[in-house]
Design a binder for this molecule. Structure first.
Ligand SMILES: CC(C)(COP(=O)(O)OP(=O)(O)OC[C@H]1O[C@@H](n2cnc3c(N)ncnc32)[C@H](O)[C@@H]1OP(=O)(O)O)[C@@H](O)C(=O)NCCC(=O)NCCS
Length: 173
């Protein structure tokens, strides 16, 4: 398994993995009709734009297969003091619990450090308890909560923060 910066050629596979991972992760958390409406091509288009303009996207590959991805960059939430933000982190079920999530977190911490960003936050659905345990394990601290209004449905979320990303870099091995 390899973790590498995403290229434009990865966008299509990222779109597919993004939708599959939402189905695997959010069944019972996100309404079924919302999950059914997710469109891999639309996601791919968005990821192509992010990869070619902003960067900060990493992929987990097993040979030619893409099994996960993650993205980070400047913090978009003025309410949180951290400089950076982990925007996205998704692994397919078959790739989970092998340490790849923590290696992707280390890759993002390294990318943020290269941009002179030394702290970061992220938002996670409160009902996604597995991910919350993962961020607890990586030394994240719960620093906020909000309920996101997403069209006709709502999603209670909590924010995790790392005031010093150095602790995450040790997972890069
Ligand atoms: C959450 C996620 C990124 C974690 O990545 P991972 O590769 O599965 O996790 P790791 O193997 O690196 O786990 C590191 C540690 O985190 C904790 N952890 C990870 N998954 C856990 C789970 N499901 N339940 C409890 N603790 C968990 C454990 O302490 C684990 O160490 P251990 O395996 O030695 O016990 C991954 O499982 C995933 O993509 N899940 C689905 C999508 C998702 O929820 N993304 C986050 C959205 S904010």
């Amino acid at each position: 398994m390899i973790i590498a910066p995403a290229t434009a050629a990865d966008a299509r596979a990222i779109g597919i993995v993004h939708v599959l991972a939402w189905h695997e992760t959010y069944r019972g958390i996100v309404p079924d009709d919302v999950l059914a409406s997710l469109n891999p091509a639309a996601r791919a288009e968005r990821w192509h734009r992010v990869i070619t303009t902003e960067g900060g996207v990493f992929v987990l590959r097993d040979g030619a297969r893409l099994l996960g991805f993650a993205a980070a960059g400047p913090n978009r939430d003025d309410a949180l003091p951290q400089q950076g933000e982990i925007y996205t982190l998704y692994l397919l079920g078959e790739a989970q619990r092998h340490g790849h999530g923590r290696r992707l977190m280390a890759a993002m911490a390294g990318n943020l450090r290269d941009r002179e960003i030394t702290s970061a936050a992220l938002w996670v659905a409160s009902a996604n308890t597995a991910a919350c345990r993962f961020y607890d394990h990586l030394g994240g601290t719960v620093i906020g909560a909000r309920t996101e209004q997403r069209g006709t449905w709502t999603l209670p979320c909590v924010a995790y923060g790392w005031d010093d990303l150095a602790g995450l870099l040790r997972f890069s091995a």
